[in-house]
Write a protein that binds this ligand. Structure first.
Ligand SMILES: [Zn+2]
Length: 174
C-alpha cells in the first residue's frame, strides 16, 4: 500500500478537476494501482445514483453486473482517449508505456463501459460525457466501448488493454 501510494500524487489536472500524477518514472507494464472500492450490484448502483449518493460516472464495472464503488483515490484518475495506462485483469491499473515523473496517469474509461444495453433495457440513462482530454485522437465523448471507433477498439483488444471480462466478451478468448 505505502509503496503504491508513494508513486502517485493527486493534483489539479489540465484534463478535469484533479488527477493522479506519477511522482517517479513508471515502466511499461508496471502495475500502478489496484482500483479499490465497495462492491455493488447493478441494482445497488442504480439505487445509489437515484438517491444522489453516487455520481453515475463513479462506479467501475468489473464484471457482468458487478461494480466497484470506487474510493477517493481510485475515482480520481482521469480519462484520456490516448491513455498511458489500462485496467489489467479485473481492475489493476497498469502502464501502457513508460511514464515520466510528473505525468498524469490516465486510462480510457470506455474500455470497461460495456453495460449500456443492459442499463437502457432497464430504463435507466446510459452515462456519457463530453471529453476534454486534449489528445490528438480524442473522440469528443466518453461513451460505451462498442461506440469507440473500430480502429481504437481493435487497438485495445489486440494489445489486451482492457479488463478480462471485456476481452472475453469482445476478443473471444481467455
Ligand atoms: Zn478524449
Amino acid at each position: 500500500m505505502t509503496r503504491k501510494v508513494s508513486i502517485l500524487v493527486v493534483k489539479g489536472s489540465a484534463i478535469s478537476g484533479r488527477g493522479v500524477f506519477a511522482t517517479q518514472p513508471i515502466k511499461k507494464g508496471q502495475r500502478i494501482h489496484l482500483m479499490r472500492g465497495k462492491r455493488m450490484t447493478m441494482r445497488a448502483m442504480f439505487r445509489a445514483v437515484d438517491d444522489g449518493l453516487e455520481n453515475s460516472a463513479d462506479p467501475l464495472l468489473i464484471a457482468d453486473g458487478q461494480y466497484l464503488d470506487l474510493n477517493e483515490l481510485s475515482r480520481t484518475f482521469n480519462h484520456s482517449c490516448n491513455p498511458n495506462a489500462f485496467l489489467r485483469r479485473q481492475c489493476t491499473l497498469t502502464a501502457i508505456r513508460n511514464i515520466l515523473r510528473g505525468e498524469e496517469i490516465t486510462y480510457d474509461y470506455s474500455t470497461s463501459m460495456v453495460d449500456g444495453e443492459k442499463i437502457r433495457s432497464l430504463g435507466h440513462p446510459v452515462w456519457t460525457c463530453r471529453c476534454k482530454c486534449g489528445a490528438p485522437n480524442c473522440v469528443g465523448i466518453i461513451d460505451q466501448f462498442q461506440r469507440l471507433p473500430a480502429r481504437r477498439r481493435a487497438y485495445y483488444l489486440k494489445n489486451r488493454y482492457a479488463p478480462d471480462f471485456v476481452l472475453r466478451k469482445f476478443a473471444g478468448n481467455r
